[in-house]
Design a protein around this ligand. Structure first.
Ligand code: 5GP
Length: 126
């Protein structure tokens, strides 16, 4: 089964400028913006501009240029938000929820960069 991209998902609408966002950084292939419902003092979403459903879709089908741009954008967001340990920050968590088990709500790849407080253990015990 291939990937089926829903062009009406909320992040597609943000990319088309139909819904406003608080942009942190925009590059040729990527956009980083504040999560509307932040779970911590720092909560930024980083998305590719291309129509990719998930991290596995992106890392398999995106061009090298998109993949480099996306990863560099994530790195830049870590700097800009002050969470980067090598610059005096206290660290962060990068999360890409995927599919049903990952409880992905929006079917356009997004990496959450979350920090600014101690985040606790990675997963609750099932
Ligand atoms: P997921 O559960 O898919 O990994 O995360 C989706 C994230 O998108 C949630 O953290 C949610 O708060 C955020 N979100 C949903 N709708 C909007 C929106 O319209 N604008 C912004 N900035 N974030 C949104």
């Amino acid at each position: 089964m291939g990937y089926s991209y829903d062009r009406n998902n909320i992040f597609a609408k943000i990319l088309r400028g139909e819904i406003p966002n608080e942009t942190v950084l925009e590059t040729e292939h990527s956009l980083a913006f504040e999560d509307v419902n932040p779970q911590a003092p720092v909560h930024v979403l980083v998305i590719p501009k291309g129509a990719y459903v998930s991290l596995d879709h992106f890392t398999q089908d995106a061009s090298d240029a998109e993949i480099v741009d996306y990863n560099r954008t994530i790195g830049e967001v870590c700097k800009l938000t002050g969470v980067q340990p090598s610059l005096g920050g206290s660290g962060f968590r990068a999360i890409a929820n995927t599919g049903a088990d990952g409880v992905q709500e929006v079917p356009h790849l997004h990496v959450h960069i979350i920090g600014g407080r101690v985040l606790g253990r990675m997963l609750n015990k099932a």
